[in-house]
Ligand binder design. Sequence first.
Ligand code: BGC
Length: 742
Amino acid sequence: MKNYLSSMVIFSFIFMSCNSAAQISTADKKIDAKVDSVLKLMTLDEKIGQMVLYTSGWDVTGPTLKSDYIDDIRNGKCGNIFNAHTVEYVRKLQKIAVEESRLGIPLLFGYDVIHGHKTIFPISLGESASWDLKAIEKSARIAATEAAASGLNWTFAPMVDISVEPRWGRVSEGAGEDPFLGSQIAAARVRGFQGNNLADTTTVLACVKHFAAYGAPLAGRDYNTVDMSQRVFLDVYLPPYKSAIDAGALSVMSSFNEFDGVPATGNRYLLTEILRNQLGFKGFVVSDYTSVNEMVHHGVVANEEEAALLAIKAGLDMDMQGEVYAKYLKKLIEKGLIDEKTIDQSVRRILSVKFKLGLFDDPYRYCNEAREKRTIYAPEHLEAAFDVAKRSMVLLKNENNILPLKKGEKIAVIGELANSKRDLLGSWKAAGDWNFIKSILDELKEYNGEKNVLYAEGCKKMGDDRTGFAQAMATARRADKIVMVIGEDAEWTGEAASRSNINIPGVQTELLEQLKTLNKPIVVVLMNGRPLVLAEENKLADAILEAWFPGTMGGKAVTHVLFGEYNPSGKLTMTFPLNLGQVPIFYYEKNTGRPIYLGNDKYKSKYLDSPNDPLFPFGFGLSYTTFEYSDITLSTNELQQDGNIRASVTVTNTGKRDGEEVVQCYVRDLVGSVTRPVKELKGFEKIFLKAGESKKVSFTITPDLLSFHRQDMTYGTEPGDFKMFIGGNSRDVKETSFKLIN
Ligand code: BGC
């Protein structure tokens, strides 16, 4: 009882001082003073407790090591929890922290709200294919609103890892292969999650992950070694992290992989030199799930105590789930291997964020049942999810304009995925509930009438059971057109979901081959989380619609796109290879000394058994209308160091339908002190054009946009000749040239 009372006294002291200080100002300086006043009251154990993050055990992505986290919260030994949500549960845990621990410091509640919390949006890779920053920001805004209404205050997103590795399952969580587009999307997502004010009850703290270069595992195998030059890291992989931090993200997650031989979680170059000293990051760094412990397996430390030492010295502030900080930081101080000041610095960063979230003013600010009830699945959230899902879809083929379908046409719908609700949500579905939603089949029936939609599963998405083929054939015979929904199981994408081949799994393609013998138009709808090898399917299908895992409203979105209620406007943000042997394949490759176009003899950079070109290039996507591009006009063809060039094209909608086009601008630096990519995206704009309408689209190119790490590793431009390309994808472009003057 005595302890309890004394803790209540201190608890009130913190709250009184915080409340009064909050009235004066919310500026950083004031927050620093408040943080100091709390820090002074803390024992070393309590400080270390703030550096600890445990899962509540609801959802885990690794082994659950800790079951007595509730006692740890009570004893001030755990300052942060993840995988706990709903107001009821969060309130219960927060109450223990605030009312039963000695100092009453509120908990952070984290969760993987990657593409929606309850209302699930398309997987992030799909959203990126919309090239629509406003829509992407809105999606993150809604995800934050729902998460915050469920008691959460921290999302482990955005994932901003650039990747050119479709074998890696986690490409589904990112924005694709391009650093320029990836940077803009990273910033849009941070703005969406954090809003203008972290203390607003509809915003959550963003966590930029996975720092760094996690998207480049060798052979696409998750958690595998990363080995890249510093130049590639700085020019290609770093920009989206930088952009997210510039947009105000106040937490960063270290990655599982090694970087230049040292695991990211213990890598001082990454966590301190780059992140703090160069990018000016002011928030805190959390490890990934047990990534501190895993440094033992990496073989850079002999035991977990050494792992704790390496991590804290590198600049890691919080240990996710590993219990390494909890067990060893105190010992390391006692042994004189680290100074308590190092601990104070990390605790300061963490507390400062808790103050910014307003948790010291009201630790239950995210715990309001009425708000939870009216926010989750709000009609406007579902409407936005429907909108983004439509915008994300990419029309890859449409021979003889067999799409859009016409209302009343008799269609045979084939495939397990057509009738799957679970898969619509994709991986990292947070608290998304598939029981609540409608499948593609449900929506097609609703739109086109039960009698016009015949269904046969045909086969499962996995396995080799062909017993349903006959029924599928019989069903297809009775229809005018066939719509086959094929792809991957949602669980085959995301974390720990690497694949050694990226074909359509199981016997789905075999069934497609049989259906082809019926000589009826075939539409393939794809549900998948990565670029796939689609050479066979591309031969068999008349039309292909890439729908990704489109989320809660995905069934309706697919239906509306198929029937032309929405004219598809998405463009690929990762190259789709022709075959697996081409991987890694991406549009910003280097020219090499023996580029294939120099001649067709053997000694060129090419394959003996395959073209170099992908099946679908970066930026590619069709529409139900067509667009024509004029030649490029430049405001000048000499770019001065303090000037800019305006590059313009006129785009005309030459078809019969209104539509949107993503106009893309690329450049090539022809000669550099180091080799330069054959194309780099430097601008894009998504425009709407009525049938027959023309619009002028202009891009401004500044020297800043042409900067890179030169041979001596300084960052800047080099004068000389450049090419500029503008078009509707990275392959089919208009071309001109300009000079950068010294
Ligand atoms: C993943 C992270 C995720 C964390 C917490 C890890 O396994 O790599 O992306 O945020 O688990 O769920």
